[in-house]
Design a protein around this ligand. Structure first.
Ligand code: NAD
Ligand code: MG
Length: 390
């Protein structure tokens, strides 16, 4: 029996994870569930999954949760804040950690899981994008197991040899082909993009996801973050990671080998497939996802990405090439810009402009520890905010 901590249990990935877990009560139980502010939802999940621990974002939310749990007659330890998240992710009773908090807020608990040598199922790409080598070093030092949940990276992982060991050159791998749907604005006239509303931007054609990643998909910053994520997960240089637009999201990504073979992983666009894959790896378990009906799909389409329509993708490649803390600056500026866009404070095209200004203004200094990294993250956030308030 594997005991699981789900960081971000009330989110889109958290709920899909619990759906898969509920199908296999003989294999999995829940150690801890965490949520930032949706206390009533967290209480309902606690009632259903009976964790030992529940964590919220604030003392007020924790008090409210304790009250709701007491009313249900549930004896569950309640904590709040970053230290409690880190404890839930590193507790000796927990074997597996689903890292599904959105954004930089997930870095500390994901790192705590890495230091504690857990099996980490990584959905929270921002944590790896920010910390890159520091995160991979923590995983290597503790012997933690890092399995990708992002559907593209999970697909790539499935198309790589088992003994891959982050050494593409030793396995005849020519390229990673990262597929991208192109989001809701793939065909919209570029000169009308500044007028798009948050509701239009979060209406993804194929996937139902949280609001931040949905906006990232509309700007294609999501794919940019995924290029950086692929670099760290698979040890692949930027020039060997190619983005291919594939609007149907049936092929989740591919690996191209030097002999001309291209291996792909296909599936319906439902995150329960990569979640079930990573949870059970190297076994296979049912996920509840319907099989692909190829005759129904009939045709798969592909095209090259357009950096003029999607400048965020270019900014992410540039950050990866620049090295140092550039990816952390990019991520921080993006988080500030996306939140401002969702709050109606800036237009859609201001997202890429704001990130470019932050990247131009701040040098990509090397960072050798997490404190230095977080200092750079703070610098980028405050500069981005100053551009919005001006
Ligand atoms: P979501 O917004 O639906 O859920 C986010 C979760 O994080 C919630 O449980 C929320 O309570 C928690 N949270 C938010 N802010 C927090 C904070 N400051 N401190 C602690 N907890 C906080 O997001 P999502 O779509 O589930 O995405 C989660 C992560 O998974 C993101 O990094 C995203 O890029 C990645 N991801 C998601 C999908 C998807 O299909 N949804 C696919 C690939 C990768
Ligand atoms: Mg993805």
């Amino acid at each position: 029996m594997q005991s699981i901590t789900i960081l971000g249990a009330t989110g889109s990935i958290g709920i899909s994870t619990l759906d898969v877990i509920a199908r296999h009560p003989d294999r999995y139980k829940v150690h801890a569930l965490t949520a930032h502010s949706r206390v009533a939802e967290l209480a309902a999940l606690c009632e259903r999954f009976q964790p030992q621990v529940a964590v919220t974002g604030s003392a007020g939310a924790a008090a409210e949760l304790s009250r709701l749990l007491a009313a249900k007659g549930l004896a569950i330890e309640v904590g709040y804040g970053e230290a409690a998240l880190c404890d839930a992710a590193s507790a000796p009773e927990c074997h597996v950690v689903m890292a599904a908090i959105v954004g930089a807020a997930g870095l500390a608990p994901a790192l705590a899981a890495a230091h504690a040598g857990k099996k980490i199922l990584l959905a929270n790409k921002e944590a790896l994008v920010m910390s890159g080598r520091l995160f991979m070093d923590a995983v290597a030092a503790s012997g933690a197991q890092l399995l990708p949940i992002d559907s593209e990276h999970n697909a790539i992982f499935q198309c790589l040899p088992h003994d891959f060991g982050r050494a593409p050159q030793q396995h005849g791998i020519a390229k990673i082909l990262l597929t991208a749907s192109g989001g809701p604005f793939l065909k919209r006239a570029v000169d009308t993009l500044d007028a798009v509303t948050p509701d239009e931007a979060v209406a993804h054609p194929n996937w139902v996801m949280g609001r931040k990643i949905s906006v990232d998909s509309a700007t294609m910053m999501n794919k940019g973050l995924e290029v950086i994520e692929a670099h760290w997960l698979f040890g692949m240089p930027a020039r060997q990671i190619e983005v291919v637009i594939h609007p149907q999201s049936v092929i989740h990504s591919m690996v191209s080998y030097v002999d001309g073979s291209v291996l792909a992983q296909l599936g319906n666009p439902d995150m329960r497939t990569p979640i079930a894959h990573a949870l059970a790896y190297p076994d296979r378990i049912a996920s509840g996802v319907a099989p692909v009906d190829l005759a129904e799909i009939a045709m798969l389409r592909f095209e090259r990405p357009d950096f003029i329509r999607f400048p965020c993708l270019k900014l992410a490649y540039d950050a990866l090439e620049a090295g140092g803390c550039a990816a952390a600056l990019l991520n921080a500026a993006n988080e500030v810009a996306v939140e401002a866009f969702l709050n109606g404070e800036i237009g859609f095209r201001m997202i890429d402009q704001l990130i470019a200004r932050v990247m131009d203004a701040l040098p990509a200094e090397p960072v050798s520890d997490i404190d230095a990294l977080l200092e750079q993250d703070r610098r980028a956030r405050s500069l981005a905010l100053s551009f919005i308030q001006r």
